[in-house]
Design a protein around this ligand. Structure first.
Ligand code: UDP
Ligand code: MG
Length: 319
C-alpha cells in the first residue's frame, strides 16, 4: 500500500464524512493506493457511529475506538502501529488541514528522500492568541533542538513508514515528533507550506494550558535527549561540583580557624560566618543531586529499553 492517512478524532462526528470523501477524491485522482485510519479517542458524540457507517461504505476507512480519551499522542501512536502504507500522513480530523496536500507530500517522502515532511501553516486561521504564542513557542523549539522548522506542532505531517515504526509517541509528545525522530536517527526533515483553514465544525480540544504544558514537555524532551541514557552525567556532574564548592568553603573556614589557633589568637566561631551555612546547604544539595543521578542510573539499568537500538540494515544475516 502506498499511503496510510492517520486521523486522530475526538468528537469530530461532523467533519469525518467530508474528510474521508475529500481524501478519497484526492487519492483516486492521483492513483494513490491508500487507507484511512481514524482513531476515535474516546469521543462522546456520534463519532463512532459515523465511523461505522463510513467503514461500511468505504473499505479504505479503518477505525479504532479507544475506551476513553487518551489524548492525541496516544491516538497517533496507535494509528502508527496499525499503518501499513509506505508513507504515513497524519492529519487533524477537523478539516483544518487540506487533503489536497497529500500527493505532493507523498512525492516528497517517496521520491525526494525525506524522512519527515512537516506542514507549515504559513497563513493560519486560528485565534490571535494562539498564533502569537505559537510563534514564540516555535522559536524556542527551534533554538532548543536546532531543527529548522517553523511549525513543529502542525497536525499535517508525512513520514517514511520506517520513522513511525521506530519512534514512540506518548503523553503529550505529539508536539515533538520531529525531535523524537531525529533522536532515532532520521535526520532528513523537510518542510512544506500547507494551506490551513478555519475549523469548520465543532470546537478546539485544547485550552490555554497547552502553552505551559508545551514548554514543560520541551524541557523534558531536551533533557531526555541529552541525558536520558546517562543521567549520572548530568546529576553527578552538578552534584559533584556543588559538593566540591561547599567542601572548599568549609575547608577554608576550618583552615582559618586552625591558623588563628596556631597563632594563639582568639578565633571567631566557624558558625559566625554566613559562609558556613552556605557551604552546608550546598554540600547537602550536591549530595542529593548525586544520589538522584545514581537512582536514575539504577532505573535505566532495569529498563527494558536499555538495549534497544534501531538497526538500519544488515548484511549476510539469515533474516
Ligand atoms: N484530538 C484527539 N484527542 C484529544 C484532543 C484532540 O484525538 O484529546 C484530535 C482532534 O480531534 C483533532 C486534532 O487532535 O483532530 C487536533 O485537535 P484540535 O483541532 O482541537 O486542536 P487545534 O487545531 O485547536 O490545535
Ligand atoms: Mg484544529
Amino acid at each position: 500500500m502506498d499511503l496510510s492517512v492517520v486521523v486522530p478524532a475526538y468528537n469530530e462526528a461532523d467533519s469525518l464524512p467530508e474528510l474521508a470523501e475529500w481524501i478519497r477524491n484526492v487519492c483516486s485522482s492521483s492513483s494513490i493506493d491508500y487507507e484511512i485510519i481514524v482513531i476515535d479517542d474516546g469521543s462522546n458524540d456520534n463519532t463512532w457511529k459515523v465511523l461505522q457507517e463510513l467503514s461500511l461504505k468505504d473499505k479504505n476507512v479503518r477505525a479504532v475506538r479507544f475506551r476513553r480519551n487518551y489524548g492525541k499522542a496516544a491516538a497517533l501512536q496507535t494509528g502508527f502501529s496499525e499503518a501499513s502504507g509506505d508513507v504515513v500522513i497524519t492529519m487533524d480530523a477537523d478539516l483544518q488541514d487540506s487533503p489536497d496536500e497529500i500527493p505532493e507530500l507523498v512525492k516528497m517522502i517517496r521520491d525526494e528522500g525525506y524522512h519527515i515532511v512537516s506542514g507549515w501553516k504559513k497563513k493560519r486561521y486560528d485565534p490571535l492568541i494562539k498564533r502569537t504564542t505559537s510563534k514564540f513557542y516555535n522559536l524556542t523549539a527551534r533554538r532548543f533542538s536546532g531543527i529548522r522548522l517553523h511549525d513543529f506542532n502542525c497536525g499535517l505531517k508525512a513520514y517514511d513508514a520506517e520513522v513511525v515504526k521506530s519512534i514512540e509517541v506518548f503523553g503529550e509528545m505529539h508536539r515533538y515528533i520531529p525531535m523524537l525522530a531525529r533522536e532515532a536517527g532520521f535526520s532528513r526533515i523537510g518542510e512544506k507550506i500547507v494551506q490551513h483553514r478555519a475549523r469548520k465544525y465543532g470546537v478546539t480540544k485544547y485550552g490555554l494550558d497547552r502553552f505551559l504544558k508545551g514548554y514543560l514537555d520541551l524541557l523534558t524532551i531536551g533533557f531526555i535527549t541529552r541525558f536520558g541514557k546517562s543521567p549520572m552525567h548530568f546529576f553527578g556532574m552538578l552534584g559533584t561540583l556543588m559538593f566540591m564548592t561547599g567542601f572548599i568553603m568549609a575547608g577554608y573556614l576550618g583552615a582559618r580557624k586552625l591558623i588563628f589557633i596556631n597563632q594563639h589568637l582568639r578565633a571567631p566561631l566557624v558558625t559566625d560566618s554566613p559562609w558556613f551555612y552556605i557551604a552546608l546547604a550546598v554540600m547537602i544539595i550536591g549530595s542529593f543531586l548525586f544520589l538522584t543521578g545514581f537512582l536514575a542510573e539504577l532505573v535505566n539499568r532495569r529498563s527494558s529499553e536499555r538495549n534497544r537500538y534501531l538497526i538500519r540494515e544488515k548484511l549476510n544475516f539469515r533474516n
